[in-house]
Design a protein around this ligand. Sequence first.
Ligand SMILES: [Zn+2]
Length: 699
Amino acid sequence: MRSLRTPGLAVLAMLPLALSGAPLRTVAEFQALAAPFKSEIRAPRFETTPGQIRDAAAAAIAAGDEAIDRLARQDPAAATFESTFGALDALEADAGLAENRISFIQQSSTSKEVREAAEAAVKQLDQWQVGVGYREDLYAALSSFAATKPAVGGEDLRLLEFTLRDYRRRGFGLPPAARRAVEALFRELRALETDFSSNIVKARMALVFTRAELAGVPDSFLASPGVKTGDDAYTILVNVTPQRLMVAQNCSVAATRRKVAVAQLHLAQDVNVPLLNRIVAVRAQIARRLGYASWDDYCTEVKMAGSGAAATRFIEDLVRGIQPKFDAEMAEMRALKAADTGDPAARIEFSDWRYYQNQVVKRKYTVDSEALRVYFPYERVLQGMFAIYQSIFGLKFEQLQAPYVWAEGVTLWGVTDARTGEPMGLFYLDMFPRPGKYNHFAHFPIQAGRMLPGGTYLRPTSALLCNFPPPANGAPSLLNHQEVTTLFHEFGHAMHAILTRARRGRFSGTSVPRDFVEAPSQMLENWTYDKRVIDTFAADYRDPARKVPADILSRLKEVRLGTIGVFYRSQLSFALMDLRLHGPREENAAVDCQAETNRVQGEVFLPVPDDTAFVAFFGHLTGGYDAGYYGYAWADSISADMATVFEAAPDGFLDRGAGMRMREEIYSRGDTRDVSVSIERFLGRPRSVGPFLRKLGIQ
Ligand SMILES: [Zn+2]
């Protein structure tokens, strides 16, 4: 703790703010602090009954329609930027607040009826939004104002251009018949996509095994409810990812692993392969009619990559670059399998790699990730992360009296600027599992920040839904290293949302291109591999004098590097399947998504049987992620580049100067300017893939 160069950090980390003895401030008191800054804090009012949800959705739609009517029917001669594009942004932000809040309720409510009502309301709001996008009178009002060539610049010019681009991308500007055809194709596509994803949700496959067939799979898992289904019968639900992975990573019986892997590759196949063939064909038609060479060009136009070719080149270069690393890791796994099976010619099959990768980790790096949990009690990790983010981003977090919480244990926090005392926003934490709750870890923006008419700034509200292990057997909640990393990542998204200074809701917070949005949070994952960072808070909960042993952190880093070739080639195979499906196609040529993607998988990763269809259960192919999987690697490359700023800073990952620059150039800007500019301002130099390639062990 002495070696710590940032004064006060460790002390803060020891002091749970909620338990500091001082009574919690109310939201009203916090709101009052905002007035001198011309800022406004609004705690969202959450609906609590199905009736309230339905009313809220109906009210949002009615208010939206009224605002649109007003916009569309105004006297064109008196129109201003605020009464047209500004008004559209404001009404979209209001509708967005309702939709964000209700979809959040859908993921967090303790009542099944409320969740179901929320699900229906979200669908209704969604459909309403699609309809708004096709309103002729709205487009006419906006485009006729734009035709006056108003003298606007900066964020407003961007708003004007992006809004018109949205219309062009929906087919406005085409002759009426062609436009109607595009609209019909979009509606068909939406229906097909909905079916595709609900088929994935509905897909079930249960396989029953004996204990011997599941050799190597931990007893604790096999004893869990629903898995042990008979005297010597264990049921594995192949469609449930953690169950499938448990077998894939641990089962020493090759035949069992293969059975489970093949079953996965058949999930939703009969229904989704024909659907996906049609989806891909419709997307290609839409792209062609709108003047794009391919669907991936259409999708990437609004992202950093800019074109399908640029995204594909990025992925293909990585596939080639990582070849030696991939080969070396495969050889290591193959040697283990040869020794295990006594077959010197043993090959790593598509159903083997997770098992042998896990074996390499266990035998070569001897990291027992479970044993690390004692160093990461939840409360200490949370306060430790708070202390670090408060310090580097120049903030203060304080727990507030929550006027309303939807479940026990949910807390509300206020964020203020440490220097000026300006309230920046609110966040809720809902950190432990319960039945019916969203079952991953994620940040949910609720209120987006934006300037209200009159010049008051409406500050954002965000929430985190997580599923950390609850306290058990007299011990506090203990996280593993991966969960600590996830917390640093997800809370980074909340920072992005809350620290925004964007005037327009459209450009606020995390509303940046999808191939960038993960980069800042991916960068923050580096923090938890840094001994100095970890030592500011991690300590054995039974004896806080005991710190995380240094060699364990370095071995965790070695594991990351030692398995990155295989990990990335599997990721890159997904990215390339997605891009190839959505690349240029001959008009009216038949689509064979199964054969096309199996070929890519064989070339880039490991061959799969011809009669299987991984893509049928690949949820990322819809919902706006299509032609977008490459974005994970793309953002990772930027995150590695961005991390160099902290690595080179005097105080490393605890450096305030670098943190404040991050806040100013990245978080506060959102999408108000091209993110490439923001990244380069933060870096202080042009972007480079060098740091990413080094991270992958390529250079
Ligand atoms: Zn994320």
